[in-house]
Design a protein around this ligand. Structure first.
Ligand SMILES: C[S@@+](CC[C@H](N)C(=O)[O-])C[C@H]1O[C@@H](n2cnc3c(N)ncnc32)[C@H](O)[C@@H]1O
Length: 285
């Protein structure tokens, strides 16, 4: 149970990711873990053309974006709303002399706000002025245009760390607007119906919500707000499969593939320690 007495917002989540303990956790993973086997399997299966220009939402400290460069993809733009993580990603790219990955600062929920492709940052989570946080207007990424990406990714459940279903749908719409026709969107989520113990847990939670006794920090049924093993706060929405199917359909994406991670690859222990089981999703514009 969290201490917050009002529902979590994007600003809370952004501040949590900018916290030094979260920054250390994701920076360590970017330096030492790289892509998971399952990520590589799905990415190479659905992004067969290595000349692709890819967009990674929620890039964090660069674990996936730099992994994509290592796989040989031509150009990658990674963006995140947590400035501290973006700085770590940029620093790792410099350290590795990677020149085809660009990092930007933007909020995934406002990429397509009012029909325009820009991102207005939640003020409280920026160190720089909010005007530097516009993905399209960012001086380093001026060339980011609608329908210009051959693929989009939102890995390691980042999409589910956006509080509020309508906000998650906004992010899906924004990525849709930036992707060219035919481009795949690859992302992962938990699946709260996957295991018997989880189903029991969520059955109890449903009773708590029905009685109006849920944690006031939570926005919707399926949300969790907890302290991770590395001692930083995590907001996570755990959907069921039907919810994601509906959200993809509502935002213009066509579902092409979904599968639990354990059926795609056997992950090494450091990856299992870093991350729980999840469901991979691939949808097409
Ligand atoms: C679980 S972390 C994954 C980081 C990195 N992709 C990795 O796999 O190591 C999720 C990331 O999504 C970012 N994120 C969450 N909501 C976001 C939003 N609305 N806009 C941009 N980034 C967001 C967080 O700041 C965080 O870096």
């Amino acid at each position: 149970m969290s201490k917050a007495s009002v529902p979590i917002t994007g600003e809370t989540v952004c501040a949590d990711f900018n916290h030094v303990r979260a920054v250390l956790h994701y920076t360590k993973a970017a330096h030492s873990l790289g892509l998971w086997r399952s990520e590589q399997v799905v990415i190479e299966r659905f992004l067969t053309d290595k000349s692709a220009r890819l967009l990674e939402a929620g890039c964090g400290a660069g674990r996936v974006a730099l992994g994509l460069a290592q796989l040989g993809y031509a150009e990658i733009v990674g963006f995140d709303f947590a400035t501290e993580l973006v700085e770590q990603a940029e620093s790792l790219a410099r350290e590795r002399a990677v020149t085809n990955v660009h990092f930007a600062h933007a909020d995934a929920t406002t990429l397509a706000a009012q029909g325009k492709l820009n991102g207005n940052m939640p003020q409280k989570c920026t160190r720089a002025a909010p005007s530097t946080c516009n993905l399209i207007g960012d001086k380093r990424t001026e060339w980011v245009r609608a329908e210009s990406f051959d693929g989009a990714l939102f890995m390691f459940n980042g999409l589910m760390q956006i509080p509020g279903r309508e906000n998650r749908r906004s992010a899906l719409r924004g990525l849709h607007a930036l992707a060219r026709k035919g481009a795949p969107l690859i992302f992962t989520t938990h699946d709260r119906n996957d295991e018997a113990a989880e189903r029991r847990h969520w059955k109890r939670q449903a009773e708590i919500w029905a009685a109006g006794k849920q944690d006031p920090a939570l926005v919707e049924f399926g949300d969790r707000y907890f302290i991770d093993d590395d001692d930083y706060r995590v907001f996570m929405h755990l959907p069921d499969r039907a919810e994601i199917v509906e959200d993809l359909a509502a935002t213009g994406w066509t579902l092409e593939f979904d599968e639990m991670r354990r059926r795609l690859a056997v992950e090494l222990k450091p990856v299992r320690d870093f991350s729980d089981e999840c469901r991979f999703w691939v949808a097409r514009k």
